[in-house]
Design a binder for this molecule. Structure first.
Ligand code: ZN
Length: 191
């Protein structure tokens, strides 16, 4: 399966609101191939998730999979999940400060507020309904991917710009404190 090129910040496709897919479109060869390629591309780049507009296809598909992720070693594992036409709804007003990165924003991280508990509704790649809740760091990952489908990047949500940093400086200056917070979240929410 071929890898797709990943769009980087500044390309207009990342600012497009992705288009919903019809049932017929979901089952098409083109969409199924796109999903396979997104999974492959995400894994190759060690991403925790990827949205279709990150590979130049502005349609409502995102993929999430966390398996002992080397980019985000503190993230709990989450099985491969393909979301088509997803909706994410906050189930709380409680938020946490997540330190995010993005395959489309190379070598930059920053702190973003995310809800600690969300409900996810979507259809899967076979058109079957999905409806589940996620919490903690995992909820942050889902909110990040949904933002992509709405043309938003994590940098738009960074309110304290002094937290913006390269990956090297993250490790030097922010990682220890963030990993402590991340561990506390995982202990509280199990995710
Ligand atoms: Zn991203």
């Amino acid at each position: 399966m071929p890898l797709r090129k990943i769009a980087t910040i500044g390309h207009p496709v990342l600012r497009q609101v992705a288009r919903a897919l019809s049932v017929e479109e979901i089952s098409s060869y083109e969409t199924q191939t796109l999903i396979d390629d997104m999974i492959e591309t995400m894994r190759d780049a060690n991403g925790a998730g990827i949205a279709a507009n990150q590979v130049y296809a502005p349609v409502q598909i995102c993929v999430i999979c966390i398996e002992n992720n080397p980019r985000y070693p503190y993230k709990p594992n989450f099985p491969l999940t393909v979301l088509v036409n997803p909706l994410v709804e906050a189930l709380t007003i409680e938020t946490f400060r997540n330190f995010e990165g993005c395959l489309s924003v190379p070598n930059l991280r920053g702190e973003v507020e995310r809800f600690t508990h969300v409900r996810v509704r979507a259809v899967d790649r076979n058109g079957g309904p999905l409806d589940f809740e996620v919490k903690g760091l995992t909820a942050g990952t889902f909110q990040h991917e949904l933002d992509h489908l709405n043309g938003k990047l994590f940098v738009d949500r960074v309110t304290d710009t002094t937290t913006l940093c390269t990956w090297v400086e993250f490790e030097r200056h922010f990682q220890a404190a963030f990993v402590d917070r991340a561990k506390a979240l995982v202990a509280k929410f199990g995710q």
